[in-house]
Design a protein around this ligand. Structure first.
Ligand code: C2O
Ligand code: CU
Length: 572
C-alpha cells in the first residue's frame, strides 16, 4: 500500500510532535444523518483523542466534534430545535440556504447558553451540498475550529432523475476538509498559521474503502483559511457535477479543483476496474497561485505572514484521504451522465444596480497588506449599522475589488450568485455554476450577479464577508438589508449613507439626479465607454444632465464619494 508518499518529503523537517505520533491510518469517519420535518441539534462541549497523550477539548452538534449530516428535500418544511449547551453564546448559520434573515443564523441570531433556538423554514434550494456552522460575532474562527460545523445535503426531483451515486456513506461520501493546529497540550489552537495537521470529517490520516465503481465526493473546505487544490495521486481525471448552490449544466472533466474556505464541489470519481488498488485524494498546493493561503508564497518583501514559510503544508503537495478500492456494491453506478438540466443564469443586461466593494487593509503598510485587519469599502463590521440597502427583487452586480496582497474567499448570504468575470474575462468551466463563495485573488476584480428575491425585512440584515474566519472575526464583513419596497422605475438607493436618485427612467432629454454633494459622477454606456464625467464639479446635491444627444440604450451612473461607490442604471 502506498502511504503518505507526499508527506515523506517534509516529514523530516517537521517536528517530532506532530506526524511521528500519527502513524496509524484510521477509517474515515462518516457523520451520522438527520432528516425529517423536525431536526434537533444539541450544541455540546466534548473531547476527542486526536493525538496520543492529552485528549482535545472540542465542540460538536449532538456529539463531540462536527455535526450530523442533515438530509433535506427541496420544498420540505423543516422545524429545528437547537439547544445551546455551551457556556458561550453561539449561532447556527445555514451556509448557502435561501432563508429569511431571521432564520439565517448570522451574528444577529444569538443563542444564549442553555437557550433553545427554533427556526423553521421551507427548503428552497436546488440539490447540492451546503453546510452549517457557528457565525458568532468575533468568535467564529474559535468555534468552527473547535468543531462547530456540519454538512447539509439537499435532494430534489431533478437530481433524482439522473443515474448518480446517492447512497450516503456507501457510494456518496461527505468530505469535510479541515487543517488544524494543536498546541503542546493537544488543545486546538486558533489564530495561528501553524495549521499543519489535516483531517477529513475529523479523522487524521484517514482511509476510505470505496467500491470499484463511480463514487461521489461532496467536498467542503471547512478550514479557517487554507485553500486546497484537489487532485488524485494517479492524476486521473474526475468529473465535477455540482458547485456551491446546485448542479452544473453537465459534468465537467478535470484533474484539479481549487477549493477555498466555504466552497463546495461535488466530484464523481470513476474507480471501476480498480479493485485492490490504493490511491489518494491530494491537495496539489504547490500549483496554487501565489497570494492564496496554502500556495508557495503569500506577499513579498516586507509584506509577510508570520510563520508562513515554516508551515510544511504551504506550497506542498500532500495527501488528504487514502482511497482503498474494494469490491463493487450491488447495482453499482458505472457511468457518468453526459448532460444535466441547463441552469438559467442572471444576465448582466438585466441588472438593476451595480455596486463596487473594495478590500483594503484598515491601515496602509506592507505587513498590513497581507495580515490585515481588512475592511470592505472602508468599513469594518459593525453589528449595529447596515452597509447596503437592497430593494426587494433587485438584480445586482457586485464588483469585488481586491486591493490587498492576499486572496479572500468572498461569501454572500441569502442568495446564490453567478460569477460573471475575473478582471473582465468571463469565467468558464466549473465557475459557471451556482456559487455563494468566490475566491478573489490579489489585484483581481470579480463580478458576481444575483437577484435578491423571496425575502425582505426592513430590520434584520444578512451578511457578506470574507470566509477566512479570522478576517471575518476581525471585521472583514458587512451587512445588507433587503427592503420591502420593490425596485421601481425611479432608482433610489443608499450605500454607506450615499443616496442616489435618478428620474425619469426611462429618460427623455433631461435626467434629474439627486446625489451627495462633492461626489465624482461618471456616466458610461453598456460597453463601458465614458459619456459624461463630472469631477467634484458641482456643489449642489442635484444635477441636471442633458441627455438629448444620448443614443437609445442602457447607461450607468457611477457616483463616487469618500464613503464608497454606487452605480445606478437608466435607459434612454
Ligand atoms: Cu459560511 Cu457567513 O458564512
Ligand atoms: Cu479575507
Amino acid at each position: 500500500m502506498i502511504k503518505n508518499i507526499q508527506l515523506n518529503s517534509f516529514i523530516g523537517l517537521f517536528c517530532a510532535f506532530t506526524f511521528s505520533n500519527v502513524n496509524a491510518q484510521q477509517a474515515l469517519f462518516i457523520p451520522s444523518t438527520l432528516s425529517g420535518s423536525t431536526i434537533s441539534l444539541d450544541i455540546q462541549q466534548g473531547a476527542v483523542n486526536f493525538l496520543p497523550g492529552n485528549s482535545t477539548p472540542t465542540f460538536g452538534y449532538n456529539g463531540n466534534f462536527l455535526g450530523p449530516t442533515i438530509l433535506l428535500n427541496k420544498n420540505d418544511s423543516v422545524s429545528f430545535n437547537i439547544t445551546n449547551s455551551l457556556l458561550d453564546i453561539t449561532t447556527v448559520h445555514w451556509h448557502g440556504l435561501h432563508v429569511a434573515p431571521e432564520n439565517d443564523g448570522g451574528p444577529h441570531q444569538e443563542i444564549m447558553p442553555s437557550q433553545v433556538w427554533s427556526p423553521s423554514f421551507k427548503i428552497r434550494n436546488n440539490a447540492s451540498t451546503f453546510w452549517y456552522h457557528s457565525h458568532v460575532h468575533m468568535s467564529t474562527e474559535y468555534q468552527v475550529n473547535l468543531g462547530l460545523a456540519g454538512l447539509i445535503i439537499v435532494h430534489d426531483s431533478t437530481e433524482a432523475s439522473y443515474v448518480l451515486p446517492r447512497t450516503y456513506g456507501i457510494d456518496d461520501f461527505p468530505i469535510i476538509i479541515q487543517s488544524k493546529s494543536f498546541d503542546i497540550l493537544n488543545q486546538l489552537a486558533a489564530f495561528t498559521h501553524d495549521d499543519s495537521i489535516m483531517m477529513i470529517n475529523g479523522t487524521i490520516d484517514p482511509v476510505l474503502d470505496a467500491p470499484a465503481q463511480v463514487v461521489r465526493f461532496r467536498c467542503l473546505n471547512g478550514s479557517a483559511d487554507r485553500t486546497y487544490n484537489l487532485g488524485l495521486s494517479t492524476n486521473a481525471n474526475f468529473y465535477v457535477i455540482a458547485s456551491d448552490g446546485g448542479m452544473l449544466d453537465q459534468p465537467i472533466s478535470a484533474n484539479r479543483v481549487r477549493l477555498s474556505p466555504g466552497e463546495r464541489y461535488e466530484l464523481l470519481i470513476d474507480l471501476t476496474g480498480m479493485q485492490g488498488q490504493s490511491l489518494y485524494l491530494m491537495s496539489y498546493a504547490s500549483q496554487l497561485q501565489n497570494g492564496i493561503i496554502g500556495s508557495p508564497q503569500v506577499g513579498t518583501g516586507m509584506a509577510q505572514l508570520p510563520g508562513y514559510a515554516m508551515n510544511p503544508l504551504n506550497g506542498a503537495d500532500f495527501n488528504l484521504l487514502n482511497i482503498d478500492v474494494v469490491a463493487q456494491t450491488t447495482n453499482p453506478v458505472t457511468t457518468i451522465p453526459v448532460q444535466f438540466q441547463t441552469n438559467v443564469k442572471w444576465l448582466v443586461q438585466n441588472a438593476d444596480t451595480s455596486r463596487i466593494l473594495t478590500f483594503a487593509p484598515e491601515v496602509m503598510g506592507p505587513q498590513e497588506m497581507v495580515e490585515g485587519p481588512f475592511t470592505i469599502s472602508g468599513k469594518s463590521f459593525d453589528m449595529d449599522s447596515i452597509n447596503i440597502h437592497i430593494p426587494f427583487n433587485n438584480t445586482e452586480i457586485w464588483s469585488i475589488v481586491n486591493n490587498t496582497m492576499v486572496a479572500h474567499p468572498f461569501h454572500i448570504h441569502d442568495i446564490q450568485f453567478n460569477v460573471v468575470d475575473r478582471n473582465g474575462v468571463a469565467v468558464t468551466g466549473i465557475e459557471t455554476g451556482w456559487k455563494d463563495v468566490v475566491l478573489v485573488r490579489p489585484q483581481e476584480t470579480v463580478r458576481v450577479i444575483a437577484k435578491f428575491e423571496t425575502f425582505y425585512n426592513d430590520n434584520i440584515p444578512y451578511m457578506y464577508h470574507c470566509h477566512l474566519l479570522h478576517h471575518e472575526d476581525e471585521g472583514m464583513m458587512g451587512s445588507f438589508i433587503v427592503n420591502s419596497t420593490a425596485s421601481t422605475g425611479i432608482n433610489s438607493n443608499i450605500y454607506n449613507d450615499i443616496k442616489v436618485e435618478l428620474y425619469p427612467n426611462p429618460v427623455g432629454d433631461i435626467l434629474y439626479t439627486t446625489i451627495p454633494k462633492g461626489a465624482d459622477f461618471v456616466i458610461y454606456n453598456s460597453t463601458g465607454q465614458v459619456i459624461e464625467y463630472y469631477e467634484k464639479s458641482f456643489l449642489e446635491d442635484k444635477l441636471v444632465v442633458h441627455t438629448s444627444s444620448f443614443v437609445n440604450g442602457m447607461y450607468f451612473i457611477q457616483v463616487k464619494t469618500p464613503k464608497g461607490i454606487i452605480v445606478k442604471k437608466f435607459v434612454k
